[in-house]
Design a protein around this ligand. Structure first.
Ligand code: HEC
Length: 213
């Protein structure tokens, strides 16, 4: 073969190589049928290349001198969200809208017996959680405090139910809670109850120590 691109005897370029080598670089050797080409840089590449440079410089100038910053943007978004939250808060009822509403109380009972019963017992007298029918309220008995207790939870083991129940069901379960028969006795969780428990424990301890029945 006397193909000038073969670069030596025995190297026979395939037809495919002939197709690829369109503009061989002048003077560059071709080995095994592979040669360097000298093609024009495509327009899209140059546009992207120089365009990015221009964009980069413009961005740096904008970032440094326009006064815009991600922090300011964040602060502005937080301010907008705060405003919206305040507007929503202003429309929230601060009194139980379901007080005395039989249908709502029935719905509340449903919630109470699926969610609250495990810790406060069906009669509300308390087990893991404190009594809900005694005169003692650690976190307040007014509607707003009760709502907050149930929606957000309390630190000593009361989970927050706001996300799971939503405000309507919380008001309903509170409306039901009010209908539970009240008890004058200091119930589970009240200081008197705790003091009585401690006294009883102490008495049985000393009883065991002295051997008296
Ligand atoms: C996992 C157990 C558990 C469940 C379930 C639970 N509670 Fe409680 N709850 C507690 C505990 C524990 C406390 C005491 C928290 C504290 O003292 O910080 C409490 C406190 C409360 C209080 C405050 C009592 C006071 O004296 O101020 C109310 C009201 C209450 N729960 C209502 C509910 C209602 C309504 C539900 C159902 C939606 C519910 N709880 C479900 C454990 C529970």
């Amino acid at each position: 073969m006397s193909d000038p691109k073969s670069g030596g005897e025995g190297a026979t370029p395939t037809p495919a190589n002939d197709v690829i080598v369109e503009r061989p670089l002048a003077g560059a050797p071709i080995r095994d049928g592979i040669g360097e080409e000298d093609n024009e840089i495509p327009l899209w590449f140059n546009v992207g290349f120089y365009g990015l440079m221009v964009y980069g410089v413009a961005y740096i100038l904008f970032y440094l001198f326009s006064g815009w910053s991600t922090e300011a943007q964040y602060a502005a978004e937080v301010a907008v969200a705060e405003e919206r939250a305040a507007a929503v808060r202003a429309t929230l009822p601060t009194e139980n809208p379901f007080r005395g509403d039989d249908a709502a109380i029935a719905a509340g009972q449903e919630v109470f017996s699926t969610v609250c019963l495990a810790c406060h017992l069906a009669d509300g007298k308390g087990l893991v959680g404190p009594s809900l029918v005694d005169p003692y309220w650690k976190y307040g008995q007014d509607d707003e405090s009760l709502y907050q207790t149930v929606a957000e939870g309390r630190p000593l083991g009361m989970p927050g139910w706001g996300a799971q129940l939503g405000s309507e069901k919380i008001w309903q379960v509170l409306a039901y809670m009010e209908t539970l028969p009240r008890s004058d006795e200091p119930g589970v969780g009240s200081p008197e109850y705790d003091a009585a428990q401690a006294a009883a424990a102490a008495a049985s301890d000393s009883g065991a120590a002295t051997g008296t029945p």
